[in-house]
Design a protein around this ligand. Structure first.
Ligand code: SAJ
Length: 451
């Protein structure tokens, strides 16, 4: 199948991307940049209108220009409804439902049923959403239910009319436009022809390797990657609690331990945020609860970390109150984003901590977040201020290791009551963004040595 523009400036084949969020929109834009005509569909009229104006509704470096150009030159349009195409990519959310983090596949189901009416023989349907094992096969069943006139891989094997694959996205927020192109891509086909068709599609822009496997392995691979990181962060977070109790500087300890050629401890923090690492491990747990003891515990350890930070702030505030003779204690929170040097506040433990502090505090909580212009909704009793002004508070809690905070570590160190959840005061190589490249270099040297 040929997806590239060939001669007359018109795309010979088209794709439909369902879900124009953090993954769907960048993917649509990158396909369009590489000569594939894209129709993006979304359930929100405002998203459709924004994109059709050549604008974006999410924050991601370089995405605005890519969408603007793609819309301007007619390679990307958005709509509420799908139309016939040659390939369909589903990139919708997979949130939780119920009480124990059960995966909610209703968005995938709705998307599948929506595109079913326009499918025709020879089309490829790819699930990109991070999904529990078995989700792609369910998607194939929903499509088959809607279109009894077409054959699907679960019925016709390699001879199916429709080819189905799972190709999980693995891009890092903040580097999406680069990593979409440079990362290796896991391509899980329901049959071999399914895998080959999906691989061919991604090879229009992926410069990494597109590696073929089956759908279940592809689903588990993505979950395992994020669970691996979560478990490793949980180790660092647990160690930070133990060291605090035993009077050991966690940052120094990690630096010392990481001098071992086969030890590479990650960074403790205020908790694990974002839409991925704090979510995906639960999909493994839901699929095999009895066997996933470590993965579940890691989630619990990481989820407890914000509570621990709040306990530390409460203790410091109590100490400060003793010298204030009844006047309200002022608290400053440094950082709201879910990780350093981005403006993304989704599922951010820092934001959650700041909100709880604001709820509990008599005086407004001072928030220094250099990457945003205004405080998000729901953060009442808080004030967005400069770092300098935040340091006037009685108690300061550092929640995100932004560059600006590292650069001002000296100023912070002079404040008498700083709770440093992310190691800006550690004065060590690991926690200092300026030396992060060296850290990364050492990490890859280590990986090579281990391999
Ligand atoms: N964090 C720590 N300590 C660390 C590293 C991270 O506390 O040493 C925290 C961060 O502050 C943040 C959270 O973990 O709150 C997650 O950040 P992250 O940079 O580890 O990952 P994400 O959520 O931005 O992106 C991850 C990536 N997965 C892996 O690195 C295995 C990305 O490649 C995936 O595509 C993405 O999840 C996704 O979409 O699933």
């Amino acid at each position: 199948m040929e997806y590239l523009v060939v001669t007359d400036g018109k795309a010979s084949k088209e794709i439909v991307v369902v879900g124009l969020g953090y993954i769907g929109l960048p993917t649509a834009a990158v396909f369009a940049q590489h000569g594939v005509k894209v129709l993006g569909i979304d359930v929100h009229q405002s998203v459709v209108d924004t994109i059709n104006r050549g604008e974006i509704h999410i924050v991601e470096p370089d995405l605005d220009a890519a969408v603007h150009d793609a819309v301007k030159n007619g390679m990307l349009t958005a709509s509420l409804e799908p139309r016939a195409a040659d390939a369909f990519l589903i990139a919708v959310p997979t949130p939780f439902k119920g009480h124990d983090h059960e995966p909610d596949l209703s968005y995938i189901e709705a998307a599948s049923r929506k595109i079913a009416s326009v499918l025709k023989k020879g089309d490829v349907v790819i699930l990109e959403s991070t999904s529990p094992v078995g989700a792609t096969e369910k998607m194939a069943d929903w499509l088959a239910e809607e279109r009894p006139d077409l054959s699907f891989p679960q019925q016709a094997g390699a001879a199916s009319d429709i080819r189905i694959a799972h190709c999980p996205e693995r891009v890092l927020p903040g580097k999406v436009m680069k990593e979409l192109i440079s990362n290796d891509r896991i391509v899980g086909g329901m049959t071999e022809p399914c895998g080959r068709a999906a691989k061919e599609l991604y090879e229009t822009f992926v410069e990494g390797d597109c590696i073929l496997t089956n759908v279940r392995a592809a689903e588990m691979c993505k979950l395992a990657e994020n669970a691996f990181r979560d478990v490793n962060i949980a180790f660092a977070n647990e160690l930070s609690l133990i060291c605090d109790k035993q009077g050991i500087d966690i940052w120094e300890l990690i630096e010392l331990a990481n001098r071992h050629p086969r030890v590479d401890i990650l960074k403790p923090g205020a908790g694990v945020g974002g839409h991925c690492i704090a979510v995906d491990p639960w999909f493994i747990v839901a699929g095999a609860p009895a066997e996933s003891r470590l993965i579940r515990t890691a989630r619990e350890v990481n989820n407890y970390k914000p509570e621990w930070v709040l306990e530390k702030v409460a203790a410091a505030a109590k100490d400060a109150a003793a010298s204030k003779h009844g006047a309200p204690v002022t608290i400053a929170a440094l950082g709201l984003a879910f990780k350093p040097d981005i403006d993304d506040l989704r599922e951010s433990p820092a934001k959650r901590i700041a909100s709880i502090l604001a709820e509990r505090s008599d005086a407004p909580v001072l928030v220094a977040e250099p990457n945003i212009e205004a405080l998000p909704e729901g953060l009442d009793n808080a004030e967005l201020v400069s770092l300098e002004r935040a340091l006037e508070a009685d108690v300061v809690v550092v929640l995100v290791g932004h560059r600006e905070f590292h650069r001002n570590a000296g100023l912070l160190a002079r404040h008498g009551a700083v709770i440093d959840a992310v190691g800006v005061l550690g004065g060590n190589a690991l926690a200092t963004p300026d030396v992060r490249p060296v850290d990364e270099e050492r990490r890859s040297e280590k990986s090579a040595a281990i391999a």
